[in-house]
Design a protein around this ligand. Structure first.
Ligand code: FES
Length: 165
């Protein structure tokens, strides 16, 4: 068994909860490796005694599942109510302009992905973004653009990027 298949196998077989479903298995895989590869669909189907079509149906229903490896850096921009009121749309525009995207998605060089989030759980710090899982709050559009540029210039694995909110 190669490394990827082994990690998929372990993620699916080591779920701690008593009730295991297609969805819980997909979430376990996404938590472990950050996306749902084709191999995982087959393994989940076998483990849950369903078909690959059943698994694809569940996986494609939820927009948050990724089917490609994650980019080097992940930016999440909150556009929930609190952030919306204090300028989230300006932050979104600023970040998208900085990385050359027109909306949510991955840059062509796969260095960075941008996703919108309905609440990053730090409303008191609005407007909030997260870069590589580090929250940053009370940002101006210029701050957000600079933070994203800084993360990109640091390269690396994406876990050393930013200051906390
Ligand atoms: S609405 Fe943006 S952090 Fe909660």
């Amino acid at each position: 068994m190669d490394g990827l298949k082994e990690r998929i196998h372990k993620a699916i077989h080591n779920q701690p909860q008593p009730t295991v479903t297609i969805l819980s298995s997909l979430l376990a895989v996404e938590d472990e490796i950050g996306y749902i590869p084709k191999e995982a669909v087959e393994e989940v189907a076998s483990f849950t005694d369903t078909t690959a079509n059943d698994v694809w149906a569940v996986a494609s229903f939820y927009p948050n599942f990724r089917f490609q490896p994650p980019c080097e850096h992940q930016v999440e921009i909150c556009w929930g109510p609190s952030c919306h009121l204090v300028g989230a749309m300006s932050l979104i525009k600023s970040v998208l302009d900085t990385v050359g995207l027109e909306g949510e998605g991955d840059t062509q060089d796969r260095m960075l992905s941008v996703r919108y989030n309905t609440c990053l759980g730090a409303c008191a710090q609005a407007p909030v973004i997260s870069i590589d899982h580090h929250l940053m709050g009370r940002l101006t559009p210029e701050d957000a653009s600079a933070a994203v540029s800084r993360a990109l210039s640091q390269g690396g694995t994406g876990d050393q990027a930013t200051e906390d909110a």
